[in-house]
Design a protein around this ligand. Structure first.
Ligand code: ATP
Length: 617
């Protein structure tokens, strides 16, 4: 309980999360940028939307005025003694009907355009988000604050669509008010002053509570991510078997409940206070409105204005009160949304640290000398420990190098540095004598093919899953099938109901799940798709059975022929395919040489090799 209270306070009082009214207003500067995005989404819909709203803003005044004319005409007819002439009256009624129908049609048009434009905008922003995320560094994805930013930005793509209609409605209402104000000012300018007095308290109240809501929601981004995560692992195909066998549902539900209850209580507190203050402040507005109404009534009773004027003025006044109240409430909502918008723009402005040089070199074709590590060290940004250090060795062009070492020794880190997914913290990596950083990043990515140990099981068709190795060849069915054949994936796919078009994984309808080894064969086919000069295979056969492993090996020599290859494996059968073996321990190079040389050295490698060989005896 104490803990919960502490958490509560820190969630609310984080100074970075408290946004002042000034900041809210300042955030409005995001609106032009936002509207530029909308404008580029669809110019014709944006123009159509604005035109409709312009016409719509004149309708309330026109309706009130026609209403006034109708009442005055009815009273005039009522006072007549002789024959009544009603044509004018019916014309007015027809006009009012026409205006009502027009207003309805325009409303529908606006809703239609809002929703179409909103959908397009949301789609476009999602695409921008995906494209932008792809430009960022791997290290940025491993950072929790980055994820919070991404999460907030992702929410904007859907919810900020409302902002567009809000801002447009705001402008529309302002124009309507301007129309109505003309009539009201002509009668008595003081009525406008009373109106402002009536709505300002509500407005201040609303902006205060909007700011609180935003701070709360923002400060809870990490917890919300945790809630999403708990909700996902609590009910997903990937986790279901472990949740059941370890009987975790109670544990997860309790954890979810504790966190969500804390948020609920904080939010409830805010919502209740908002409701109470909102009622009090809008009560002031109602009082002011009735004060003005009484004043207009007196004027009508004393004969200073006609009954039609009375209805026109009372109607205008009431309309304007509603509109002003709406504008002011909406203003703080818009300011709040604009603050959220800042999160989206912040994310889109994030820059990667790994960038191509100004005058990049293309990767030599073919690579002449190979890669040289010069005293390379690397620390993950969230860690003080060196994951690898003092690495100095040369990987000859065309050489097959195996990386061996115990779990956590730094093998995967080394290959990520080689592929420039990370930049060395110290030292440098050379390719044909030039720093890897001087080469074109895209070209490097094209020339390096990596199959990771934790490769992604894309919930897409088998064909797409293989084409991912060289996505530009997604339509080249022959190439996809040849690759599948070489990695033994073809045998797996031929058994699937839809063959190459079969959706893999259980997430989507009609998807078929594969076994770990079957997935690995599919992932391995990606390596055959790409015509890379450097091939990196991280535990490529770990999930394969003995026969499959043997068969894959027979084909491996074809895969890596003429290429430089780095193989990471705990299986010595794989390791022996390599020309040389690099043995890593605690991030440091311990031994380097051919299998025979290392056995002769009788060091760590020999020890592990003997240990594994014994296991098979
Ligand atoms: N994204 C990361 N952030 C922080 N530390 C990391 C990250 N990835 C790996 N490490 C740390 O770096 C060290 C080396 O990890 P690495 O994945 O390179 O080992 P490995 O030799 O490939 O291990 P394994 O055989 O288990 O795959 C480990 O101590 C690990 O905890």
């Amino acid at each position: 309980m104490k803990e919960a209270k502490k958490g509560t306070r820190s969630a609310i009082q984080n100074p970075n999360d408290k946004k002042s009214f000034k900041e809210q207003v300042g955030a409005l500067k995001n609106l032009p940028k936002f509207f530029r995005l909308i404008w580029h989404t669809s110019k014709s819909m944006t123009i159509g939307n604005m035109l409709l709203r312009l016409v719509k803003s004149a309708i309330p005044l026109a309706m009130l005025y026609v209403g006034k004319l109708i009442i005055d005409e009815v009273i005039r007819q009522y006072g007549l003694n002789g024959e009544r002439e009603l044509t004018y009256l019916w014309e007015l009624v027809a006009l009012e009907l026409g205006l009502a129908v027009l207003s309805d049609l325009i409303n529908r048009g606006i809703t239609l355009l809002d929703s179409l434009l909103g959908d397009l905008f949301s789609n476009k922003t999602s695409v921008t988000l995906i494209e932008h995320a792809a430009t960022l560094d791997l290290a940025q994805f491993e950072d929790a604050t980055f994820y919070d930013k991404l999460e907030r930005a992702r929410r904007q793509t859907v919810t900020r669509v409302v902002l567009m209609s809000q801002v447009l409605s705001q402008v529309q209402d302002m124009v309507t008010i301007a129309f109505l104000a003309v009539g009201l000012i002509a009668f008595n300018p003081w009525l406008i002053v009373i109106l402002l007095i009536a709505v300002i308290p509500s407005f201040l109240g609303e902006s205060h509570f909007n700011e609180r809501t935003y701070s709360l929601s923002r400060s809870w981004t990490p917890e919300r991510r945790e809630l999403d995560y708990l909700r996902y692992i609590g009910a997903s195909d990937e986790t279901a078997k472990e949740i059941k066998t370890f009987n975790l549902s109670g544990f997860l539900a309790d954890r979810f409940r504790a966190l969500s209850d804390r948020y609920y209580n904080l939010n409830k507190n805010l919502i209740v206070r908002r409701a109470v203050w909102g009622s009090i402040l809008s009560g002031i507005g109602t009082l002011a409105y009735y004060g003005a109404y009484v004043f207009i009534l007196f004027r009508a009773v004393s004969g200073a204005i006609s009954i039609g004027d009375l209805t026109f003025l009372a109607g205008s006044f009431n309309n304007m009160r509603g509109l002003l109240q709406g504008i002011m409430t909406r203003f703080s909502q818009i300011a709040e949304s604009a603050l959220y918008l800042q999160d989206l723009f912040d994310f889109l402005e994030l820059k990667p640290n790994i960038t191509p040089p100004v005058n990049p070199h293309l990767i030599p074709r073919p690579i002449q000398k190979g890669f040289t590590f010069e005293n390379v060290g690397f620390k993950y940004h969230n860690s003080e420990r060196w994951a690898v250090r003092h690495l100095s060795f040369h990987l000859q062009a065309g050489e097959k190098l195996a990386l061996v070492g115990e779990n956590g020794a730094g093998k995967t880190t080394l290959v990520k540095l080689l592929a420039r997914l990370y930049e060395p913290t110290e030292g440098r990596i050379l390719l044909d004598g030039k720093d890897l950083r001087d080469y074109d990043l895209n070209d490097l990515r094209h020339q390096v093919g990596i199959i990771f140990q934790d490769f992604v099981r894309f919930q897409m068709s088998a064909s797409d899953n293989i084409a991912i190795g060289q996505i530009s060849n997604i339509l080249d069915k022959d190439r996809i099938q040849t690759s599948a054949h070489k990695s033994l994936a073809d045998q797996v796919i031929q058994k699937l109901p839809d063959k190459y078009e079969q959706v893999l994984g259980k997430r989507f309808n009609k998807g078929v799940e594969l076994s770990g080894g079957e997935w690995q064969k599919v992932a391995l086919a990606r390596a055959y798709m790409r015509d890379a000069q450097l091939l990196i295979l991280d535990e490529p056969t770990s999930a394969l059975d003995a026969r499959a492993e043997h068969e894959v090996f027979l084909r491996f020599s074809e895969l890596i022929a003429g290429k430089t290859a780095v193989l990471i494996s705990h299986r010595f059968s794989t390791v022996r395919m390599a020309d040389r073996i690099l043995f890593l321990e605690n991030g440091q190079l311990k031994e380097l040489g051919s299998h025979e040389e290392l056995l002769a050295q009788n060091g760590k490698y020999a020890e592990l090799f003997t240990l594994q060989a014994k296991g098979y005896l």
